[in-house]
Design a protein around this ligand. Structure first.
Ligand code: ACO
Length: 345
């Protein structure tokens, strides 16, 4: 590449780095399961679940699948972005509970939106899926031409939770959150947020601490096989807890440092909603004012990849985000994967 060429492309990249969250939406299924409902089914109590996790209830699907939840949240995000589905250039669905292995959830969503002939892909980085999706969208927004990337995180966790395992089954809920990520902020109906930076990490060495193996090619099912525990989410809770706090802290501080921001400059932190104790431990380590922390785990439980976009959309809907606010998103999940993102409103 000549010097002139490389200068021009650098210029283009800088000029196009106006990537914006122009619309947000979230959706949870109607049916609610409270801690008291669990206490009727197994040896547990509202007191145990609330004290250990902060969760009071979660929404659960009775008949909807991943792409159904994704569709509902996408319609709301598109409305806020003032876009029709036909104006989308790419669809990314973050999930580890898709409707099926094939077709992927993004193709099913595309069909539900009445659109075709654009790229539609699923990604699986467990609970960090939405933040990984934002980084992919940011890259797509830097390509020549206008881009409107729909990034949806949708999970039907209750389809892969073992209701005979009281330690895990009380933690999870179903839901979806969506964002339209556009190559410019213009035209949206609501307040847009500029995607300033994204910081992603992974470490496969720790994968065994949180797994969902059954049905994968290393753990295939043959005709007539009965499902065993490995068909469901399994985790070493205490180990996951420690890594989640440490990793979310590190990835948050790193993104702040490289953007010359102090944690006190953040107006709102929207962390992955896995467990109130994880969130509080992170806030303490980061020296955050609890008033600058968004928490809704009590209503939805852990919705994995969907938890950050649901929380972000709800924070905006309830007036917790104002023009000029700097918002930090941070998540941690199986793999292990973890990541953070900065959004300037
Ligand atoms: N109701 C009542 N008692 C229970 C329940 C329950 N639902 N579950 C476990 N217990 C009991 C156990 O049997 C055990 O009893 P024992 O002492 O008589 O043996 C006792 O409670 C303690 O069990 P632990 O498993 O050691 O409980 P712990 O204090 O570690 O809490 C928990 C479990 C809540 C899962 C905790 O480890 C945790 O929060 N971990 C983080 C998990 C998480 O949030 N993961 C998701 C992050 S990544 C992602 O989102 C995919």
């Amino acid at each position: 590449m000549t010097a002139a060429c490389s200068k021009a492309s650098e210029h283009t990249l800088v000029m196009k780095n106006n990537c914006c969250l122009t619309g947000l939406g979230y959706y949870v299924p109607e049916k609610i399961m409270t801690n008291h409902d669990f206490a009727l089914l197994m040896d547990t109590s509202d007191e145990w679940i609330t004290t250990r996790t902060g969760i009071k209830q979660r929404h659960v699907c009775t008949h909807q699948a991943c792409s159904d939840l994704a569709y509902q949240s996408s319609v709301l995000a598109l409305k806020e972005a003032s876009l029709t589905p036909r104006q989308l250039t790419h669809v990314i669905v973050a999930t580890f509970t898709p409707d099926a292995f094939i077709p992927n959830a993004a193709c099913l969503l595309l069909e539900k939106l009445g659109h075709r002939n654009i790229a539609a892909l699923d990604i699986n980085t467990a609970c960090t899926g939405f933040i990984y999706g934002l980084e992919l969208a940011r890259g797509l927004c830097m390509l020549p031409g206008e881009a409107n990337v729909l990034v949806v995180a949708s999970e039907v966790l209750t389809s892969r939770v073992n209701f005979a395992d009281r330690v895990t089954c009380v933690l999870f809920g179903d839901g979806a959150g969506a964002a339209v990520v556009s190559s410019s902020c213009h035209g949206a109906a609501g307040m847009s947020g500029r995607l300033v930076d994204v910081n992603l990490k992974a470490d496969g060495a720790l994968g065994e601490l949180l797994t969902l193996k059954g049905g994968g090619s290393a753990h295939p099912l043959a005709l007539g096989d009965t499902v065993t525990e490995n068909f469901f989410v399994q985790m070493a809770g205490r180990e996951v807890f420690k890594h989640a706090v440490r990793s979310m802290y590190n990835v948050s501080m790193e993104i702040l440092e490289r953007n010359n921001i102090r944690s006190g400059d953040i107006d709102l932190v929207v962390p992955h909603q896995a467990n109130i104790r994880i969130i509080e431990a992170l806030a303490k380590k980061m020296n955050l004012d609890p008033a600058n922390l968004f928490v809704n785990v009590q209503k939805y439980g852990n919705t994995s990849a969907a938890s950050v976009p649901i929380a972000l959309a709800e924070a905006k809907e309830t007036g917790r985000i104002n023009p000029g606010d700097l918002v930090l998103l941070v998540a941690f999940g199986g793999g292990f994967t973890w990541g953070s993102a900065l959004v300037q409103y």
